[in-house]
Ligand binder design. Structure first.
Ligand code: AHM
Ligand code: MG
Length: 336
């Protein structure tokens, strides 16, 4: 197979297939470039003095890592001048970032979690970047929080990178899911897998079991049935994996199937879930659906939820279709 770089892939989507606009091509290229910079810095680790806490709290009330801040800056700096964006929003910033007046403005809104799973950085476990692209509502000169409050079905593109043993970029433009691997010597993302498909059935689940006592009864029922294995109602043994980096857990599911959930729990009534709707749940739901899987909040499809605030959190259940449908049925039967 000839080596197809991300640039060539995108150009073909624009020129030959007329599937994307030139500005969306530019946007994805620029995001990928920023992710390369993040990947290089993460790869240097302690040598770049990049590990550890920055001892600052973000809008989520979490202590930021130095790499959370650096990754956010890489993405902002790379994207502000290209003329393809109207504004950006990030897990690490309370308010949207307006494109400075000295640069032209474009039609897209970019949302990202610059470094997902950042609690894993200091112990050298895979982390990643998650991003989602929306259109700026027509006639909006200066985008506000409200401009971003669009359901996931409005996304025109979503992707994530995994900074693991190799650096991968997983991308959907709404016509399936393709995977690129970073050639570190050349500095290009190369297409290495086309049209990923998630198997409909699985024997593997991903959940943080230590929170079991806080879950709702339908989720407890579902997990108990998996744990009962061959002798239980499911009649087969299940295996468990939990990296605690959503990108890594979701990537495993895209590669070999599985179900991932960070369910509703009652630890904090103001936070029904841990993961953020706009820049974690929605882009992952879009990718998973494009690969033939499903994604719900336990009751409804994630992509049709109407967001109410920029940093809203939601319960997430995603992955192999038949398992996601079963969990969702349990919730709707017991506590609609
Ligand atoms: P982050 O965006 O602050 O890194 O938090 C999200 C991460 C996900 O990557 C992961 O699935 C989850 O938090 C792990 O949470 P926990 O440590 O509660 O198991
Ligand atoms: Mg995150």
């Amino acid at each position: 197979m000839p080596r197809i770089t991300l640039s060539r892939y995108l150009l073909e989507k624009q020129r030959e297939q007329q599937w994307i606009h030139a500005n969306l091509r530019l946007l994805v290229e620029v995001v990928a470039r920023a992710c390369k910079a993040i990947s290089i810095t993460i790869g240097k680790g302690a040598l770049a003095n990049a590990l550890g806490s920055a001892e600052v709290e973000n809008v989520q009330g979490e202590i930021q890592k130095k790499l959370d801040i650096l990754s956010n800056e890489f993405l902002l700096d790379a994207n502000e001048w290209g003329g393809h964006l109207a504004a950006m929003a990030s897990e690490e910033m309370a308010d949207p970032f307006a494109i400075p007046n000295r640069f032209p403005k474009g039609e897209y809104l970019l949302l990202f979690d610059p470094l997902d799973g950042s609690s894993n950085i200091d112990v050298n476990i895979s982390v990643g970047t998650i991003f989602s692209v929306l259109r700026c509502p027509e006639g909006t000169e200066n985008p506000t929080h409200e401009s971003f409050l669009q359901p996931g079905t409005e996304q025109v593109c979503a992707g994530y990178t995994v900074y693991g043993p190799s650096t991968l970029l997983v991308l959907t433009l709404g016509d399936g899911v393709d995977v690129f691997t970073l050639d570190r010597e050349v500095g290009s993302f190369i297409l290495t897998e086309r049209q990923l498909k998630i198997p409909e059935d699985t024997r593997e689940f991903a959940i943080n079991m230590s929170n079991m006592r806080f879950w709702e009864p339908p989720m407890q029922r579902y997990i108990n049935e998996l744990l009962a294995g061959k002798e239980g109602p499911r009649g087969k043994d299940f295996n468990m994996r939990w990296v605690a980096s959503m990108v890594a857990d979701v990537h495993r599911i895209l590669s070999r199937g599985g179900i991932f959930t960070y369910p509703h729990d009652n630890r904090n009534p103001d936070q029904p879930g841990k993961l953020r709707l706009l820049y974690e749940a929605n882009p992952m739901a879009f990718i998973v659906e494009q690969a033939g899987g499903a994604a719900t909040n336990g009751r409804e499809r994630i992509m049709t939820l109407q967001p109410e605030s920029l940093h809203e959190r939601v319960p997430v259940v995603l992955g192999s279709k038949n398992e996601v449908e079963l969990v969702t049925r349990y919730h709707n039967e017991q506590h609609p």
